[in-house]
Design a protein around this ligand. Structure first.
Ligand SMILES: [Zn+2]
Length: 133
């Protein structure tokens, strides 16, 4: 054996008698096959160093935003569908314009408004919680 043996972990020079690295405690490389890396659990994927933010909380907010957005759009479509299906309220003593107005206020506005509100809430959650990732 020639030359100093270096720790494969931290690069510190190991003494002949050292079984473990004095610097970091890693086992010394095998002398019979120096190229062989000591059996570290390399198969285990090291978890990505994450920011302080909690992933669980993120997931909850993301799901909440997605659900609110999707349900909001669906409710919007539902309001439109109800409006188209049931048509105009035909009151005898009102002009067509007034019928349109009343129908819109009574039918389209509450349902679609709720949908829009939910979609906006989803957007706000996304904006406030998930924008700066
Ligand atoms: Zn070392």
């Amino acid at each position: 054996m020639t030359g100093p043996i270096q720790c494969i972990n931290c690069g510190a020079v190991l003494l002949e008698k050292d079984i473990f690295c004095g610097e970091c405690g890693a086992p010394r490389p095998s002398e019979t096959s120096p190229a062989e890396v000591i059996e570290e659990p390399q198969a285990d994927p090291v978890p990505e160093p994450r920011p302080v933010r909690r992933p669980d909380s993120d997931t909850i907010w993301r799901v909440a935003a997605a659900v609110l957005g999707i349900v909001g759009v669906l409710v919007c479509l539902l309001g439109l569908a109800v409006f188209l299906l049931f048509g105009l309220i035909e009151a005898e003593d009102m002009t067509p314009a007034e019928n349109w107005l009343i129908s819109t206020i009574c039918c389209l506005l509450p349902i679609a408004g709720t949908g829009v509100a939910m979609a906006v809430a989803g957007l706000v959650i996304w904006w406030a919680k998930l924008r700066n990732r």
